[in-house]
Write a protein that binds this ligand. Structure first.
Ligand SMILES: [Zn+2]
Ligand SMILES: [Zn+2]
Length: 266
């Protein structure tokens, strides 16, 4: 799987996708079948796996049930037997939330499972769910928003040092609702890139941002250009929560990557 990172971004690979095992809409098996029908070469499933480091997080509403990990892998292994052939392969992954308090424990536990890859993401600053709802942000002061963004990037920079992750998810996520000045956090994003370059992990161009209030892919073009300067591999992903979206906006992503000086596989 790591070899994927050393290829050019490939528009027939889609490795950040959710099913109704976490907060996606599609049945897990159906999403796999749709991925093959869509002509993908590689489909990776990456349902949320969130181990909160205490009480008061709302992750049980959108993460897979932690006790069902064996079953998740079993179902996907069955789909692999059903669907894999010379032109299609199915990868078993998870989108894992980074928390300082338990990341060692979580990654050690996951290393014992036959998983193909892990995405390292941050969805919480403290107990504040960064991307849950625009309403959570509306009444915050500028100082409060800044503190949340700082904490977010501190966590993401630490996540980028973990070689256990194949790539970092939606790098500049706090911009999602269009309520912060993303450029203000450019130097924070560079810290994440420096760490990713150090540990040899990748980032993604996540097309879901085009369908949120920010109306921009994650991360911004300026960050992708810096990633290219550091030779950080990029995977194009849709972060699909619906099986109809597994390749959504991939052509548009290719144009952005071209602007950032990446070569796209044909
Ligand atoms: Zn995510
Ligand atoms: Zn996701």
């Amino acid at each position: 799987m790591r070899s994927l990172l050393y290829q050019c971004p490939d528009l027939l690979v889609s490795c950040h996708n959710h099913s109704n095992w976490s907060d996606g809409a599609g049945d897990l098996k159906e999403v796999c079948r749709k991925g093959k029908e869509a002509g993908l070469k590689i489909l990776g499933m990456s349902d949320h796996y969130v181990v909160p480091p205490g009480d008061g997080y709302n992750s049980e509403t959108w993460s897979m049930k932690l006790s069902r990990l064996d079953e998740y892998i079993e179902v996907l292994s069955g789909m692999r037997r059903e669907l894999e052939d010379d032109s299609f392969s199915l990868k078993i992954g998870l989108e894992v939330d980074f928390f300082f308090e338990n990341i060692d424990e979580v990654l050690t536990k996951l290393s014992r499972y036959p998983l193909d890859y892990l995405i390292g993401s941050v969805h919480y600053s403290g107990k504040f769910p960064i991307d849950h709802s625009i309403d959570d942000w509306k009444d915050l002061t500028e100082e409060e928003k800044h503190a949340l963004c700082e904490e977010y990037y501190k966590k993401l920079s630490a996540a980028a040092l973990r070689k256990e992750f194949l790539f970092i998810g939606h790098l500049d996520l706090p911009k999602k609702f269009g309520l912060i000045d993303n450029e203000k956090y450019f130097s924070y994003a560079l810290d994440v890139l420096d760490n990713a370059a150090k540990s040899g992990i990748g980032i993604e161009l996540n097309t879901a941002g085009w369908h949120k209030e920010c109306n921009e892919q994650y991360p911004a073009l300026s960050i992708l250009k810096e990633a290219n300067k550091r030779k950080i591999p990029v995977i194009v992903n849709a972060d699909a929560h619906d099986p109809a979206h597994l390749k959504r906006d991939f052509e548009r992503a290719a144009a952005i990557l071209h602007e950032a000086n990446y070569t796209i596989a044909k």
